[in-house]
Design a protein around this ligand. Sequence first.
Ligand SMILES: Nc1ncnc2c1ncn2[C@@H]1O[C@H](COP(=O)(O)OP(=O)(O)OP(=O)(O)O)[C@@H](O)[C@H]1O
Length: 229
Amino acid sequence: MKILQVKNLVKSYPQTSDNPLTVIFDTSFDVCQGETVAITGHSGSGKTTLMALLAGLDTPDSGSVMIRGEKLGKMDEDRLARFRAEWIGIIFQQFHLMPHLTAKENIMLPLEILKYKSEDIERRANRVLRQVGLDKRKDHLPSQLSGGESQRVAIARALVVEPSLLLADEPTGNLDTNTGEQVADLLFDLVDSSGMTMIVVTHNIELAARCRRNLKFEHGRLQAASMGN
Ligand SMILES: Nc1ncnc2c1ncn2[C@@H]1O[C@H](COP(=O)(O)OP(=O)(O)OP(=O)(O)O)[C@@H](O)[C@H]1O
């Protein structure tokens, strides 16, 4: 089953002086359920822009993004926010945790947005905290956590709703080599055991090689696909 269908996507940004800067040129690709896909490419090639379009955090000039058979562009803001919370997990390079909430409260947030029952919120949050090895750090604020721990919280927050699609933008980019490897191991363990679909933007060749499919982005265009392991 195709979980993601991207068709003829075009995105440009307005510039103060001359013509708009086109960042994504007529990009199309599909991703099947359970696939792991790495998107690589030079800095500035448009990878983060593409991820924002896939997550429905930004809108394309033309073309469409379809997830689970539903077009993001057809949804109003409320529907899109709910759809995103329910089906898409997002992990950023800079963690993006809420600074005034504890690790556990950050993880509980998506479940609260989706109005889960309090006992389900408690059960799910405790389970993912254990899965990412942070049950002893659950009451810490983000400022009291290391980079690796913060990214584990972000992974737990992305996975707590059991999304169909996990989007990760440079998930190890802000971590030292060892911590990055541990976080990557954790991420792939969790993705493999759940059968989840993951798209990961990365400069890290080892991380890309662990994905089943590699897509190379160059100057806003997708180059020929290559297979990972
Ligand atoms: N909001 C914006 N307004 C104007 N230009 C933008 C905006 N966001 C990104 N750009 C430009 O679009 C291009 C692609 O940026 P993007 O962040 O998608 O690249 P990237 O491949 O993710 O880069 P990196 O690997 O360095 O993170 C760059 O030239 C960038 O300057």
